[in-house]
Design a protein around this ligand. Structure first.
Ligand code: SF4
Ligand code: ZN
Length: 373
């Protein structure tokens, strides 16, 4: 009487004695239930669900989130819950969870005045859960969206695979996708940059992504750029900024970056109220096929350390991340309005606004060109 369990990232397969409750299996495998989705076929399992003999179970990491012991009934309709949200001390069935997720996104968009119904929106999409969940919810809410996918070549197999997920999503829904291949358009792949420019991989990658999407949005006349950053991402960035007391970055950190300069298209993050686990659950329950594997270069990402630290706090005190980030927006950020902003110029090389003479991206590209020979 056994069941097959597949762990993703790194991939491992094992068999377990069945029947057994999910929470028992997770405890035996020393897996934090807050950091995974437990999947059987098309359904999500809660900690109280029973794994039966011959079941095929996938344990999919999502980094963060929550689970409760007792509230396994849907808070909204009383049906069997499929996802537990410990910070809300609630569980939801599939339909009510999708409703909850959509309402949270709508509330963020309306409350922060992120989008107008007539806006032409460029959505940054990587093929991962956050960006595809965001694109899906925006399409469902009736917005005029176009996807923008950057092929970064962080892995020879990983890159075309990311594009396949994104392209399949766009094709299924009949929405437009713009693809930017950095090798073709910029003449380099991300893994080349640390050696030539001395920048950490993720720093160089982030700079490239921000530059390319901002430039594309401006050149193609989009009104807004939508980014799939979730609550966990924003809380991790905030922790980094606080640890360095970087007041300039703290003053700028916001779910809405308005178009203050000619050439800078407004950027918004409609998922900032939703955790990474909630986003993963939404993508799964909507049947979105996303790339579960992480970027092969993720190990050097400093944000992961901040996420791990926040996960630790969240595990014992659900709601910590939300209190930290949403509290910052509500109470600390208004105090930072007078932090001086550097005067902006136009980058002579790419035409984008920049606080320096030449923008950071063009400087990096120039150094790369010089050193690569
Ligand atoms: Fe880029 Fe780092 Fe993200 Fe990979 S993990 S896509 S290198 S920022
Ligand atoms: Zn430039």
């Amino acid at each position: 009487m056994t069941a097959r369990v597949v762990l993703r990232n790194p991939r491992r397969e094992l068999t377990i004695d069945a029947p057994k409750r999910v929470k028992v299996v997770l405890r035996e495998l020393a897996i934090d239930p807050d950091a995974v989705l437990v999947i059987r076929g098309e359904e999500l399992l809660t900690r109280e669900d029973l794994i039966e003999a011959d079941d095929d179970i996938e344990i999919r990491p999502v980094i963060s989130g929550g689970a409760v012991d007792v509230h396994t009934k849907c808070r909204r309709c009383g049906a069997k819950g499929v996802i537990e949200l410990r910070r809300h001390n609630a569980a939801f069935c599939k339909e009510c969870f999708l409703h909850f997720f959509t309402e949270q996104t709508k509330r963020a968009i309306e409350h922060e005045k992120m989008l107008e119904p007539t806006d032409r929106i460029l959505v940054a999409v990587s093929g991962g859960k956050d960006s595809l969940a965001l694109w899906d919810v925006l399409i469902r809410l009736g917005y005029d969206t176009t996807g923008y996918h950057i092929v970064l070549w962080t892995g020879e197999e990983y890159a075309p695979e990311s594009l396949r997920y994104t392209q399949a999503f766009a094709d299924e829904r009949g929405v437009k996708l713009i693809v930017c291949d950095v090798r073709e358009e910029l003449g380099f792949a991300i893994p080349e940059l640390p050696r030539t420019t001395g920048r950490p991989t993720c720093g160089a990658c982030g700079l490239t992504k921000r530059h390319q999407i901002s430039k594309a949005a401006f050149d193609l006349g989009f009104d807004v750029v939508c980014i799939g950053h979730n609550l966990d991402d924003e809380a991790a960035v905030l922790l980094g900024n606080v640890l360095r007391w970087d007041t300039e970055y703290l003053a700028r950190q916001s779910p809405v970056l308005p178009s203050t300069e000619e050439g800078f298209v407004k950027k918004v993050k409609p998922l900032f109220r939703l955790s990474e686990r909630e986003t993963a659950a939404y993508a799964f329950l909507r049947g979105i096929d996303y790339q579960v594997e992480e970027c092969p270069l993720v190990a050097g990402n400093t944000q992961l350390r901040y996420k791990a630290a926040l996960d630790l706090l969240e595990r014992d005190a659900p709601g910590t991340k939300a209190a930290f980030y949403l509290g910052f927006l509500e109470r600390a950020k208004p105090e930072l309005v007078n932090v001086e902003k550097p005067p902006m110029h136009t980058c002579p090389s790419c035409g984008m606004p920049t606080p320096g003479e030449t923008c950071a991206f063009c400087k990096m590209s120039a150094v790369h060109e010089k050193k690569k020979r």
